[in-house]
Design a protein. Structure first.
Length: 419
């Protein structure tokens, strides 16, 4: 099977790494990729937000399966364009991707599926925002309705800051913003692989969304992750599959817009039970790096089954014993205005460590052959071990060998869970 992977982050580097380990995958191409992916396999340029360009590349590369990593091409309709050309695609249609593309749409489907989420008001003026803030009380949660790479949400006890965020969203053209009830409790990311009818869950992971240690600083795309979650209640995956993932798949199918691909449930385990924080229409980044590091089953066959309506025929997934931890190296000033173009050193040394894999995100190779930063999140240093403590020690040993001027990373990824 020939596979084309679309995207350029550490998530795609993790997908490529796992696909290379599947014997049924005879060729993998990634577009547009990054410096790390290019060191492993062939990469080709593509404009990911142009569905026809993505689909044409699938034809040109004779792909049997296309795996679309990021949300932007999915929301633009890349999966539809690929399937129209008769090529199997792991990724939802444009309409189904609205589960991630519009938070208001997601709330609508959740209500049809009887899935519990935060109460919310969709507001179109600052006056409505102010009223909604006062109704829910602090901490205040204000969200841009559309795609914002994890940066469209503010959670704050400062009413002025909450209003200011809403004002900024409106100023940037958002037709509406959501004001939500605050969900108190640990967050879990659970991924389900679905063909639009059946869904199977992967192992859960936890992401660290804030930029700095102790959950300080602004929200980011994600600064690190670990799996498994030793503190999670037994049976959580089965419960959420039955009460959240399957009902959402059923509701999407009933609407005539079946969801094919990866359904990502962002959960909060509140005192009142499991609540949905958000759905995403694709693999999470950085959670994918740790989840796939633990997956033993052949990834290509699993994704092909989902793309071709055969999830019910899959044998149960197999997982490695032990744990995985990933720590993200972010460029100076990420997430506000990342500084790029600086040389990164120490990648080879870190990769040489036992069970450490340096996955690339925003990197590129210069004409001189240097690897330089080219995005906000630059590397995702991933390690496996017998325990979370060992995986964590290994990941940080890798991190400590890498240097990039002005970069930052968190020191507390998986710290509490491993103690
Ligand atoms: P979202 O873009 O909806 O995924 O939100 C990004 C992050 O903001 C989540 O992962 C949470 O950490 C936080 N967040 C979003 N909504 C809520 C909420 N209702 N209560 C508490 N935290 C939230
Ligand atoms: N790690 C959060 C996300 O992928 O949206």
């Amino acid at each position: 099977m020939r596979v084309l992977v679309i995207g350029s982050g550490a998530r795609e580097h993790a997908l490529v790494t796992a696909l290379r380990a599947d014997e049924s995958v005879t060729s993998i191409i990634c577009a547009p990729g990054n410096a790390g992916i290019a060191a492993d396999i062939e990469v080709l340029p593509v404009e990911v937000s142009n569905p026809d360009a993505v689909a044409q590349l699938a034809v040109d590369t004779k792909a049997d399966l296309v795996v679309v990593g990021p949300e932007v091409p999915l929301v633009a309709g890349a999966a539809d364009a690929i399937r129209e050309r008769g090529i199997a695609c792991f990724g939802p249609s444009k309409e189904a991707a609205q589960l991630e593309g519009s938070k208001a749409f997601a709330k609508q489907v959740m209500s049809e599926a009887n899935v519990a989420t935060a109460q919310a008001h969709s507001c179109t003026t600052l006056d409505e925002v102010a009223k909604a803030l006062d109704e829910f009380g602090e901490p205040y949660v204000v969200k841009d309705d559309g795609l914002a790479a994890g940066k469209g949400v503010i959670v704050t006890s400062d009413r002025h800051q909450a209003l200011e965020h809403a004002d900024n969203c409106f100023a940037q053209g958002a037709p509406s913003v959501l004001v939500e009830e605050y969900l108190d409790g640990p967050e879990v990311s659970l991924f389900g692989i679905t063909d639009g009818v059946d869904i199977i869950a992967l192992q859960p992971a936890q992401d660290f969304k804030r930029a700095h240690d102790d959950d300080e600083g602004p929200n980011t795309g994600g600064m690190g992750a670990y799996s498994p979650l030793p503190w999670a209640p037994a049976g959580l995956v089965e419960e959420v599959t039955a009460s959240v993932l399957q009902p959402m798949v059923d509701a999407m199918r009933r609407r005539g817009t079946p969801f094919v691909g990866l359904l990502y449930a962002g959960l909060a385990l509140t005192k009142r039970g499991v609540r949905i924080v958000e759905f995403n229409a694709r693999f999470g980044d950085p959670e994918t790096q740790v989840v796939l590091a633990r997956l033993k089953s052949p990834l290509g066959q699993v994704l092909l089954a989902a793309a071709t309506g055969k999830v019910a025929e899959l044998v149960p997934l197999e997982w490695r014993e032990g744990a995985a931890v990933t720590v993200v190296v972010a460029s100076k000033n990420y997430p506000d205005s990342p500084v790029t173009g600086d040389v990164i050193t120490g990648i080879e040394e870190a990769n040489a460590l036992l069970d450490v894999d340096v996955l690339h995100a925003g990197t590129r190779i210069t004409d001189e052959g240097d690897v330089v930063s080219a995005g906000g999140r630059v590397l995702s240093v991933t390690a496996v071990g017998d325990s979370l403590a060992q995986a964590r020690e290994r990941a940080y040993a890798g991190i400590d060998l890498i240097s990039l001027a002005g970069s930052h990373h968190r020191r507390d990824i998986a710290k509490r869970a491993s103690e």
